[in-house]
Ligand binder design. Structure first.
Ligand SMILES: C[S@@+](CC[C@H](N)C(=O)[O-])C[C@H]1O[C@@H](n2cnc3c(N)ncnc32)[C@H](O)[C@@H]1O
Length: 263
């Protein structure tokens, strides 16, 4: 596998990331499932929970959509709080894990296979749409994903999502000291691409937008931004998740959580 920074289309991103998440899902759930909690809602590797953040507001009695829902842990938390949460994910294997946990916990999240850029729901269907590290950084046509969210949300509805903090794109994805030395331009939006050496096929893609890009995207789709949370690394939290660690977390934010209201 080789890594490049180069432009990729929405179709290429989707064709790479769906199968990639299918391949990775078993390992992802085995490695992170306990930390996520079957009915838990964490916004990222810092372990900052929605119970602490309260960014979705009171979800009881609300129609809620999770985009990039994976195994549905966050949506299940919403259901335990009285919200009618539904999941959507690009990976069938992730949704199979979601179904498995539905049966194990008795808290079911009805979920659909789909993509963030073409939501299979009618206009004005939801009061809340959210993503916890789901979908958004894997999508090339991000304006379409945000516009789709605005379309399915009711006026006044809440939108919240967590992503890799945009400033992280300046650093190597290394949980150690090397990950503290800026070596890439913050303003370089060229996607991160992994290519299979044997086949030459793009096998994984991530997209970067700056904080200013996110403000413009949300405002452009009719959202009023209400929150930008940057969870601090908790003092005794020593879990390493990919490039996230206490070594880096003590100095730089790893996760950004945006909150917004539709018009
Ligand atoms: C890091 S996981 C997050 C899932 C869940 N929120 C969690 O915390 O485990 C990212 C999820 O986004 C999904 N995803 C990637 N691209 C997507 C797309 N275009 N539309 C919908 N989901 C997508 C992946 O299949 C994966 O399940």
């Amino acid at each position: 596998m080789r890594v490049e920074r180069r432009p990729v289309t929405e179709e290429e991103s989707r064709r790479a990331n769906g199968p990639d998440w299918d391949r990775y899902a078993d390992e992802y759930q085995a490695t992170h499932g306990e930390f996520l909690g079957d009915t838990g809602f964490v916004w990222g590797p810092e372990g900052f929970t929605e119970a602490e953040a309260g960014i979705l507001g009171d979800v009881a009695g609300k129609d809620v959509l999770e985009v990039g829902s994976g195994a549905g842990q966050c949506s299940r938390w919403v259901r335990t709080r009285g919200g009618r949460a539904y999941g959507l994910d690009l990976s069938l294997r992730q949704l199979q894990h979601s179904r498995r946990i539905d049966l194990e916990t008795g808290v079911a999240v009805p979920s659909v296979l789909g993509t963030a850029t073409q939501l299979p729901f009618a206009d004005d269907s939801f009061d809340v749409v959210f993503s916890s590290f789901g979908a958004l950084q894997f999508v090339s046509d991000i304006a379409d994903a945000v516009a789709e969210t605005a379309r399915v949300l009711r006026t006044g509805g809440r939108y919240a999502f967590s992503i890799t903090h945009p400033t992280r794109w300046m650093f190597p994805d290394d949980p150690g000291e090397a990950g503290l030395v800026a070596s890439q331009s913050y303003w370089d939006r060229t996607p991160y691409v992994e290519i299979d050496d044997a086949t030459g096929v793009v096998s994984y893609v991530e997209h970067h937008r700056t904080l200013g890009d996110w403000v413009a995207l949300l405002a452009g789709a009719g959202f009023v931004i209400t929150d930008l949370l940057e969870p601090e690394w908790p003092e005794h939290h020593d879990r390493v998740w990919g490039g996230w660690s206490g070594t880096r977390g003590r100095y730089t934010p790893g996760t950004a959580i945006f909150g917004a209201r539709l018009g």
